[in-house]
Design a protein around this ligand. Structure first.
Ligand SMILES: [Zn+2]
Length: 75
């Protein structure tokens, strides 16, 4: 095995690790959004933030619409 093959293997391993991390983070984010929606169908006001019921983005309590998706926020 020459150096080029070793570098190719290392590169493939790094890509695999990064992809795994991204997938795990996305799954965790979706679970958090699902949990927030299940516990309370309306936006939750905590620590000055109002979570969008549509995308889960944390908006300021003074915001009338979501800064991320534009949906109107209840409350
Ligand atoms: Zn939103």
């Amino acid at each position: 095995m020459d150096q080029t093959q070793i570098l190719a293997l290392i590169g493939a391993a790094i890509i695999g690790i990064v992809a795994t991390i991204l997938i795990l983070r996305r799954q965790r984010q979706q679970e958090e959004e699902a949990e927030a929606t299940r516990d309370n169908p309306f936006a939750v006001s905590t620590e000055g933030m109002k979570r969008c019921p549509n995308c889960g983005f944390g908006n300021l309590v003074t915001d009338a619409t979501c800064s991320s998706c534009g949906r109107s926020l209840p409350g």
